[in-house]
Structure formats: structure tokens, C-alpha cells
Design a protein around this ligand. Sequence first.
Ligand code: FNR
Length: 374
Amino acid sequence: MTNSISNLELPHSVSLLEKMAAESIENGPFTYVHSGSGNEITLKANIDAFESWQIVPKYLNDVSIRDTSSKILDTTFPNSFALAPVGVQSIFHPEGELASARAAAHYGVPFIASTFTSHSLEEIATHLGDTPRWFQLYWSKDEELAISMVKRAEKAGYSAIVITVDTSLIGNRERDLNNGYSPLKLGKGSANYINDPVFLERFKTRPSSDDKGVIEKIGDVLFNPSLTWEDLRTIKKHTSLPILLKGILHEEDASKAMDYGVDGLIVSNHGGRQLDGCISSLEALPPIADVIQGRMPILLDSGIRRGSDVIKARALGASAVLLGRPFVYGLAIAGEQGVRQVLKNFINDIDTSLALTGCTSMSQVNKSLIRRKK
Ligand code: FNR
């Protein structure tokens, strides 16, 4: 299979996309995207959770004109979803994030760039045009470096900072460990570092992305297990951009986030890639929505595969969702065209699901439309 297919028709279900992706790229990168941590209990729970809730539609409303959009912190999500931050995308396709950014821009789908991308946040921005974008930050052990990345993101038109809180260390991804596969060690996520003035100060000459010294240095500073709630005050001092926390699962943390002046939450377990055995995102959502009471936007990811999943997340209290693995499968199969196809099919599915729920806009989707399976 080649990585660029004209007249492309990709399957509509994620399970078939996954199979096609497995045939399109090597086992190392495929396992990296597809697998979860430990025994993959949480990876599975993310999918099962959506099956344990049922939509109860209400009919005979005129649903001939529909609006699937939602607005979060001044950002319009035309279809109530954004692309989740996914690092090291060049292991799936040589164009990596540039291809997925162009596909997102084609549909106006907001893009969240990871700290750990294969192309710099500035270069990704040029491929997004005026499509809304947020920057996901792994708040580094090197505070000066973290602040420098925030400033660069501001300059390149990113309109919110997403701080991922569930990655104090990298999860125990058994299948990658068994394969001996690590994109970090291959230097595939170095672009934001080797283009950063603070990071470069540590090197006499401009290093390449797979320079051993660079990889070692990134490994040293990338994750920060000593991060605390108090550190949020430092971050807030250095930016006027809104801050969202990604990876919140406990309602007490949701409550703390409000105390610390956070602007939004992303309920997520990193797609089952961090703590295996932790709660699925969808099960974590209702108690968090109860605590927040609409005072800040809540997004959700981990296990979103279909339009009806977006309806369920919305009914249980999320304003919008993030899509992870499915778009990466499109990227692995056929680059920009592959991501475009996945997005097109997902957008249609969301629209159809909204109509069949009996609603004309996402704002009508509420608790009355969902019940837990007995
Ligand atoms: C991720 N995710 C992620 N999250 C993050 O905050 N920063 C990152 O750099 C990455 N990188 C990354 C790489 C790959 C290959 C995957 C699959 C995931 C997690 C991602 O943002 C999101 O939380 C999950 O992918 C959502 O779950 P689904 O949709 O994949 O089930």
C-alpha cells in the first residue's frame, strides 16, 4: 500500500480503518498508536463506556436545518470536535502534522498541536491558515523553556494553552516496550525543541532532531513529575491566554481547577495510554459536570469513534470532544487525503446523529436524552 491514494475511499468504521492502517505502516509505529498501557483495561473501558449509555431520541421536530457547532472560550468548533494533540506524527507519514493540519483546515476543525511534534508549532500554524488552534504543553522541568514555548505559541496565533496533567511519567506501554520501540529515542518529536531559543542556548551549534545530545536533553526535561497546582500560578503570570487542563478525571481536581482560575477542562485518560485500570473518561464526566455546573467549559476525549459518541458526551456534560486515534489512522493510510476522509465521514456522522436524536442544534442535547443501560 502506498501513502498517497487518489480517488480515495476509506472505510467508515474505525475498526476497519485500524486494520488498513496496520497494513500501511510498520509494526513499531502502528503499535505505538494503536495500543494502550498495561493490560489495556482502560483502553477497552473507554469504548465500553459509550456502549453502556443509550440515547433516548425525541421525534417530530423539524430537523431539516441543523447546527452542529459549539463555542468554547471564543473558539468555534464547527462540528463540536477538535483534533487531539498527538505527538510524533512523522512516524505515521513523512508530512506528519503538516498533513493533518491541512486536513483540519479544509473543514475548519480546530487543531491542538502537541509539545512533542515532528514539525515546529510555527510551521504547523502556517498550514492551518486561520483555522483555530490551541497549543498543548508538557510543562517542562526547565521552566524557562516552558515559558518560551508558551510565548512562541502566542506569537504563532495559538489561542489557548492545554496543559496535560496525566503524564508525570510515561505510561507502562507494554507492547512498545516489548517491541523496543520509542519515538522519543528516534528523535521524532524534537521539532519544538530544536527551534526554541532557550533550548538552543544549551547547545553551541544548531543540532539535528536525531542528535543524541538533543534526545537526551529532551528526555531530561520533557516530563515534570514535581509539577503541582501552585505551578499554575507561574504559568498564569506568563500568559494572558486561557488555560485548560487535559487529563482531569476526579471531581475534586475539577473543583480545585476552579479555585486555581483554570479556564477549561479536558476529561481524558490519554486514550488509555497512561494509568491502566483508571476510570473511562465518559464515566468520569457526570460527577465533574455536577461540580462545575456550567461555570467553565468541559471537553472530553478517549474512545470517541462515532457521531453518537459526541451526542452522548454532550448529553453527559461535555461541550465538545477531541478525536485521537481515528485521524491518525487516516494519516497513516494516505496522509492529508486520509485525514480528510476520516474527518468528512465523522462530520457527516455527527450531523446525522444530531438529526436522529431529534435536535436541530448541539445546545438542545441534554441529560433528558440519555439513560444508562440496565
Ligand atoms: C496521544 N495523546 C497525546 N496527548 C497529549 O496531551 N500530548 C501528546 O503529545 C499526545 N501524543 C499522543 C500520541 C499518540 C500516538 C496517541 C494515540 C495519543 C493523547 C491524545 O491527545 C488523546 O488524549 C487520546 O488519543 C484520545 O483517545 P482516542 O481518541 O485515541 O481514544
